[in-house]
Design a binder for this molecule. Sequence first.
Ligand code: UT7
Length: 354
Amino acid sequence: MTDHNTERTHGAAEPGRIPDSGKGVGLYKSRIIGTGSHLPEKLLTNADLEKMVDTSDAWITERTGIRYRHLAAEGQATSDLAFVAATRALEAAGLEAADLDMILFCTVTPDQPMPSAACMLQKKLGARQVMSFDLSAACSGFVYGLTVANQFIRTGMSKNILVVGAEILHRLVNYKDRETCILFGDGAGAVILSRAEPGQSSGILAEHMFADGNLGDLIMLPAGGSAIPFSQRVLDENLQYVRMKGREIFKNAVRTMVQGCQDAIGTAGLDIGEIDWLIPHQANIRILEAVAKYLGIPNEKVVVNIGDTGNTSAATLPIALDEAVRDGRIRRGQNVLLTAFGAGLTSGSVMLRY
Ligand code: UT7
């Protein structure tokens, strides 16, 4: 087998081309040793939305593939959902919270601006006082998080890292805006990324991360930060809600994910036919199918759960991964390609051997 840790293949960025992040260098390899997820019980169906905005079940199903989304209960915060997913991932890994040496929480909906959701989760899990922080890359959060965690394992700094993607998006959505309110849901997914033992074939083979701040206005939430702090004006102008240019995002999403995937597959030294599973960010069924089609990956190899979850931002990938691992679709030794895009505009693809 090729040793994927020995050479660096940093591609120089050609004009108009997404730069290649390469395989990186490291002493160790990291592998996922446990997954977990959690979707809150309460459902928001397309029929419910028909009563709230001018839309229809037929339109939503046909244009997005979504049938329902899960909503966190009143009083529940993002770290509460993450706690359940993380506990399940630890259990699957056969580890205790005390075994963790880092907690990386990918989210754009932390419980509050500070302290971080990662610190809230550390407390809830009863973990040791290890480095814990939030990572904000919107829907690309989880692949960004996995990439950051991978570097700490490669260098030998960390051995067992909890990477969580969790969101409560329904509280940031305007239920009078039919373009956004039909899309988003709540949920959490988690993995334990650990140092691989010598000789183990599974691991992260290649990563490709990308961001283009020039496209920041395609999807954004104007208020609540230092630029527009909370005030009566925020409420009067609905600045506390997500705003989106759906069609523009659609085009950019397909483009960046396809390019990112191609680069990650190439860097890993694989052919498209060697990909066992593609797990794309669950944003819209038509986006998922377009990405698979451009890559030449048949739909049977694409993990899709958007119908039952909606878009849960940083949580979609770890939830879909966990479901496919637990129901036996994804097995050890298979090549799994994760890809996402989100506000920023960010995008990221991770090629791993499970
Ligand atoms: O993680 C990143 C988050 N964001 C995304 O992933 C968004 C990506 N974009 C999309 O998923 C799609 O662009 C949407 C689902 C948001 C919209 O679907 P579309 O097929 O791109 O629709 P469109 O914007 O081209 O609009 C077509 C029509 C318009 O009506 P007119 O102008 O043709 O009369 C819209 O007003 O559909 C209308 N429309 C709706 N109709 C019923 C837009 N939203 C709805 C709705 N129900 N919910």
